[in-house]
Design a protein around this ligand. Sequence first.
Ligand SMILES: [Zn+2]
Length: 201
Amino acid sequence: MNTHSHAFFTYAALQGHPQAGWAVLGAAFPDLLFFLACPVNAALKGIGFKAAHQATHQNKVLHTLVECCHSFLFLSLVSALFLLVFPQGLMFCWGWLSHLMIDFFTHHGSGHPPLFPLHRWKFKSPISFYEPAQHGYPFMAIEHLAILALTSLWLLKGGFQPSLVARFLEAWHFPLLGALFFLLSLALIAFFRQREPLPSA
Ligand SMILES: [Zn+2]
């Protein structure tokens, strides 16, 4: 999904939560590096935005960093760190998690390996947020119509109440995160147990 939509829908889902801002930042975070690098690249090299976009895509260091930001493994590590030293900032990780889950199901050719750097496997979703062959145009139309509809609703109502998701997260923040860690650990154990043993020399 588009970066601005990640931020918008996270805010829409968590409206009224006192730390919704942290979640919005987390929801945009995985793509921010790339978006900041594009204009910097264009300025440094004196090239147009399209060429800078391509050069940024081809930059290996940046590519690795972007893949790290889209890895469930890195998210788990950072969440564990936040849990220990800065639990108030855990909403950032919820926003980040929403980005990774939505990206997982809305990328076809340009997906990110969820277990990077341990494994390069990635899911090629039959629905893409931009690729025409995978319903990219209708997806983008629905995405932006939904933004328009929600914004109109807010304007008409002149404000908003704390959402259901916000109240649910407030009450189930820690147990839910613990359950996610547990599921990821189980998935990793299952994944590595299924791998073919290396042929003996
Ligand atoms: Zn992304």
